[in-house]
Design a protein around this ligand. Structure first.
Ligand SMILES: Cc1cc2nc3c(=O)[nH]c(=O)nc-3n(C[C@H](O)[C@H](O)[C@H](O)COP(=O)(O)O)c2cc1C
Length: 353
């Protein structure tokens, strides 16, 4: 990182607060580009083979039996000002018995004083897995190698997510745009760390060649975080006060495109695929699962539920989503998550051929 790109802890916290404020609104949604889920509908089964209560939604998250194939996606790392959000989300995740993703823990690389925040989060989350988080740019930089390993160990996370966000960094003032040594450093880190790694985007999606490279580095989970939900170029464009008709606002690969690319790779390689990026409804979740995702995740919609109705609001929201996912599975004649596959989906254009 060059001198002029140096960012202090105070600036990091201020930046995160601005992100949280902007993401509490719909202003940061993609404008024209959509996830692609709207292109599909479900194949109705007029005689479902099992009763709805027999459908089990439990899913394996690196050895943890999650109540739903869903985790709360990474939003805040939990500096002192922001710990509260993570504590509320940890309480919700614990009650729901689903994993919780933390936002970037970058601020904790320089100082161990922050570890107590993670202890509190872990305590509140009880037994549900916590996913740690750092940016690809920090990995590319190389100099944090030891600190990242220490962070993983001391914060007691059960999996570690690397966020890939070149479009956001490009538009962010003091953004880190140098990813040159990323793959090599990632491979070394994955080898040394004792938790599974997940590579995620933040809303621009991951293409097939990049997925393959990440898997070659030993990453065990891919979270596509595709376009159609929260636009992180939009977040930075708004922070910069740039014109809102900026064409980069809608930059990225739609979530469904990324899922379908990843599914082709999944035929040959074993990894946990998470569908995310604009997963806002039960229908989005169900379509991602039927396309072949092992897990799904949402960020901004969860933040909104939290802002509107607190921890209980998040719990109710996620339970409602999965009540409807179960209804969809029942009405398509799916007997289990494994049985809920592309045969239950139809491209809408097929209806009127
Ligand atoms: C307020 C907010 C903060 C975020 N911060 C992070 C972060 O620190 N690290 C990260 O990997 N992703 C971060 N994200 C990105 C999300 O994890 C997610 O990939 C992205 O927003 C797309 O999902 P969505 O359409 O459901 O919001 C953040 C998202 C939101 C809404």
């Amino acid at each position: 990182m060059s001198e002029e790109n140096f960012i202090s802890d105070e600036e990091l916290v201020k930046r995160k607060l601005e992100h949280l404020i902007l993401c509490s609104t719909d202003k940061v949604a993609f404008k024209q580009k959509t996830t692609g889920f709207e292109l599909y509908d479900f194949v109705h089964c007029a005689v479902p083979p099992i009763d709805i209560d027999e459908i089990n939604l439990n899913a394996d998250f690196f050895g943890f039996n999650s109540n739903y194939p869903f985790f709360i996606s990474c939003m805040t790392g939990g500096t002192s000002d922001l710990t509260n959000i993570n504590l509320q989300l940890a309480e919700a995740a614990s009650e729901l018995n689903i994993p919780l993703g933390l936002g970037s823990q970058r601020y904790a690389l320089g100082s161990e004083e922050f570890y107590s925040h993670f202890e509190k989060i872990k305590e509140t989350a009880c037994d549900v897995p916590i996913i740690g988080n750092i940016g690809a740019a920090q990995i590319a930089e190389g100099k944090y190698f030891t600190q990242i390993l220490k962070l993983i160990e001391y914060s007691g996370v059960n999996a570690f997510a690397i966020h890939l966000n070149p479009a956001q960094e490009l538009f962010q003032v003091k953004g880190d745009t140098n990813f040159e040594n990323f793959y090599k450093n990632l491979e070394d880190l994955v080898e040394k760390a004792n938790v599974p790694f997940i590579a995620k985007e933040v809303g621009s999606g991951i293409s097939a060649p990049v997925i393959k490279n990440l898997l070659d580095c030993g990453v065990e989970g891919i979270d596509v975080a595709g376009a159609g939900g929260t636009s992180w170029t939009a977040v930075e464009i708004l922070r910069n006060g740039e014109p809102e008709d900026q064409e980069f606002w809608d930059w990225g690969l739609p979530t469904v495109y990324c899922i379908n690319q990843a599914i082709k790779i999944k035929v040959q390689r074993d990894f946990m695929l998470t569908g995310s990026g604009g997963i806002n409804t039960a229908f989005d979740i169900a379509k991602a699962l039927a396309l072949g995702c092992d897990f799904t995740a949402s960020a901004r919609i969860i933040l909104r539920a939290l802002n509107e109705s607190g921890t209980q609001g998040v719990i109710n929201f996620v339970n409602r989503l999965f009540k409807d996912v179960k209804r969809i599975m029942y009405l398509t004649g799916a007997t289990s998550l494994t049985d809920f596959n592309t045969s239950k989906l139809i491209k809408k254009e097929e209806f009127y051929k």
